[in-house]
Design a protein around this ligand. Sequence first.
Ligand code: F6R
Ligand code: MG
Ligand code: MG
Length: 365
Amino acid sequence: MPKTTISVIKADVGSFPGHSRTHPKLLEKAAKMLKEQRGKLLIDSFVTHCGDDLELIMTHAHGVDNVNVHKLAWDVFMECTKIAKSMKLYGAGQDMLSDAFSGNVRGLGPGVAEMEFEERGSDPVLIFMADKTEPGAWNFFLYKIFADPFNTAGLVIDPSMHEGFVFEVHDVIKKRRITFKCPEETYTLLSYIGACSRYVIKYVYRKDGIIAASTSTEKLNLTAGRYVGKDDPVMIVRAQSGLPSVGEVIEPFCTPTIVAGWMRGSHHGPFMPVGVCDANMTRFDGPPRCICLGFQICNGELIGPADMFDDVGFDRVRARCNELADMIRNQGPFEPHRLSLEEMEYTTLPGIEKQFRTRWEPIGE
Ligand code: F6R
Ligand code: MG
Ligand code: MG
């Protein structure tokens, strides 16, 4: 049985107005370039955007980290950058940190989540895409989906999930990884993933090895060595038949969480689940938000999408996120609305420090 690979590769290559949303001309160009590869390099594809991020969803039979698939994504971003530059869109080519492709888009600016699996009798997949936040934003949700029996009834009721799940966590600062088994190592897992700016869940597996989730963990500012904007991560989650159901996967998004990102990548703010029609950044360049597209995978074909957060069931969390936004915005430039000093090091703030370096005088012991 040939395996199917899903590759979700994204980049901000220009937007309008400011960092608000992707221009339809970029979406058209990207969709056309991917469709030309249907039946050749790719089995199927779907193009969308979340805020200023252009999202390429591709299925194929070539496994993860495939040079040709990554090159295709790179070429799409390069062509879209050209269009963005010709229209003087804002931040044209923003995430393209290199002029040349070198075998893999990892480390060159774009974010990547991929997974390869043998299709089950029926394989529902949910693709999450976020803007104005960082990869660790998914930690809370992945924990709730795969390790919290108060969220996922199947952990209690479905015998095939009783053994629990394995979480692969990446330390994005020290570039190392570790795996934790849940439920037995739940507390240790939480002690790391609660620090979402550094410890990020990369993959989740069922204990028998079936892959259940994959995220993008690229940190733009660490890659570039300077402030470029937030990473705006993506995530792929498989559902049903011995994995959490579609409803269990999206249920944690009914809880408003506070994430890092928002204005200038420097503020904490509510993470709002929205339908694709609302995936445009407005208030204070945000608030940070995410979309979720649901597909059935059929021999690599993407059957769908269903716009999962375009539903009245998520109206309440959106209203609560707006209330949180009002509250936290009142704090203006004060922490904890503004990120901690340590995290501000990866923004434009160090420029101020440089400017006033000589004005500081010692005050003695
Ligand atoms: C955050 C983001 C925006 C910009 C802000 C300033 O990820 O994209 O909030 O940081 O609009 O942008 P510049 O510095 O390009 O004027
Ligand atoms: Mg941008
Ligand atoms: Mg963005």
